[in-house]
Design a protein around this ligand. Structure first.
Ligand code: PLP
Length: 445
């Protein structure tokens, strides 16, 4: 214990990450590690991409900062043009901030302001889902349904938020229930929540199209988001989709919602936007929301000192150009399919691996004591942390998550390699991950 930097764990210091190249990070113990989850699904281009570094340097030489109350800047304008080319799903504008949590805050406030502008000040309620994660700032945490992260702060979280069930078929679909019936049950639950709150009091519904940190790469069943979209439309509420983790190509399409056949009114993005080269996040905003504010008060009542930061925008612009010009979404689809296939081959029959799930280059394994009962392990075992440590010892970084999730203990570990990952590297990742899981689970009852 020598670090004066407040670490995530105050009882032990992590190694230093010294340098990075491609999918590898070198640490202060002299180890070279495969960044198998790109941090928390962030490093979509891997490390040290020359084009992104050059773009950042060029922008730094020209201008590092100018306040948005006075100026816009070239890279932010170009980034907005690129990301919103062809206005995907009717999304027409980009607001840039510095993180996913800030993006969620902006989305929530924009939804509220949209209704104010339209003369509906009574719309103060937000419906979110249990076992979700939208960020750690107080507003974003209030939206989040991650019980473990909420618990210490519950007394100071806003009560404007309420939570319904996520679409988590692995655990929550009943044996005697078809997928269609399960989706209908979830839709009925959401409808009932609108009725409980008073449908005209609801400003927005927020959800992750593919649930990231809290559940581990859980996709919705077909028809779920269509049903959600229809309920929001019926009651005049906005649909906010949080694609901080699953967006910007991570699941094989630029936006995860493209695979659901519905578009949001507001979309939160972050991690893959700047690929970790700079702290950058944002919201993509639908035309009718922008129009309501432009034709109403004329200004979004929100903002941050570092919004649309020139160097952050230049980094994100270069990352987005590389993804498009190098056709990386195709690699995400091909390598993602391979990753899923190999994980299933290697661990699909393991007695303690309950589920292997994902989409694109976004995969997770969930661990259980018994595959039939799906009983989670004793929380004291911290199984996800054990898997992480075993994997690191084998030269693989992965993203573990566990804890009391909505009253239920669960353990899963996410793999989310950079979009540049090769076939051979996927094989190595699965070998190391398989060995790590087998070793961590060995000897457990
Ligand atoms: N939303 C989702 C879906 C996330 O996964 C995260 C972070 O993991 C956030 C929001 C918060 O992003 P940040 O950590 O950049 O504030």
């Amino acid at each position: 214990m020598r670090s004066r930097l407040l670490q995530r764990n105050l009882r032990s210091d992590p190694p230093l990450a010294l340098s990075g190249e491609g999918i590898f990070i070198r640490d202060s113990n002299g180890k070279t590690i495969i960044d198998g989850s790109g941090g928390a699904a962030v490093a979509c281009l891997g490390h040290g991409h020359p084009r992104v570094l050059a773009a950042m340097r060029a922008q730094e030489e020209k201008l590092c900062y100018a306040h948005t109350a006075l100026y816009s800047c070239e890279p932010a304008e170009q980034l907005a043009d690129l990301v919103l080319q062809d206005e995907p799903g009717g999304l027409t504008h980009l607001y840039l901030c510095s993180s996913g949590s800030e993006g969620t805050e902006a989305a929530l406030k924009m939804a509220r302001q949209y209704h104010l502008e339209r003369g509906e000040p009574q719309r103060t309620k937000i419906i979110a889902r249990r076992q979700s994660y939208h960020g750690n700032t107080l507003g974003a945490l209030a939206a989040s349904g991650n019980a473990m992260r909420r618990a210490p702060y519950a007394p100071i979280l806003s009560d404007a938020f309420s939570h319904v069930s996520p679409c988590y078929a692995y655990r929550d679909r009943r044996d005697d229930e078809s997928e269609t019936d399960y989706v209908a049950r979830l839709a009925a639950e959401l409808e009932a929540e609108f009725q409980r709150l008073g449908p005209r009091n609801v400003a927005a519904f927020i959800a992750e199209p593919v649930v990231g940190a809290t559940l581990g790469c859980v996709t919705a069943l077909p028809g779920y988001f269509d049903a959600v979209r229809k309920i929001c439309d019926r009651h005049g509420a906005l649909l906010i989709l949080d694609e901080v983790m699953c967006g910007i190509g991570r699941t094989g399409t630029m936006h995860a919602w493209e695979q659901e056949g519905v578009a949001p009114d507001i979309q939160v993005v972050a991690k893959g936007l700047g690929g970790g080269y700079q702290p950058v996040g944002g919201i993509l905003i639908g035309g009718r929301v922008v129009a309501a504010i432009r034709d109403g008060s004329g200004a979004f009542m929100h903002g941050h000192t570092y919004q649309a930061h020139p160097v952050a925008a230049a980094a994100a612009l270069a990352v987005q150009q590389v993804i498009r010009e190098e056709n990386l979404l195709e690699n995400v689809q091909r390598m993602g399919a391979l990753l899923g296939e190999r994980l299933t081959e290697r661990l699909g029959n393991h007695r303690h691996v309950g589920d292997i799930r994902g989409r694109g280059l976004f995969w997770a394994a969930e661990f259980v004591t018994d595959r039939a009962t799906k009983q989670p392990f004793d929380p004291a075992l911290q199984l996800h942390e054990r898997v992480k440590a075993e994997a690191y010892a084998r030269g693989l970084a992965c993203y573990p998550m566990g804890g009391t999730i909505d009253g239920r203990q669960g353990n899963h570990v996410i793999l989310a390699p950079p979009y540049i990952v090769t076939r051979e590297q996927v094989e190595t990742i699965v070998d190391r991950f398989g060995d790590a899981v087998e070793s961590a689970l060995a000897g457990l009852p």
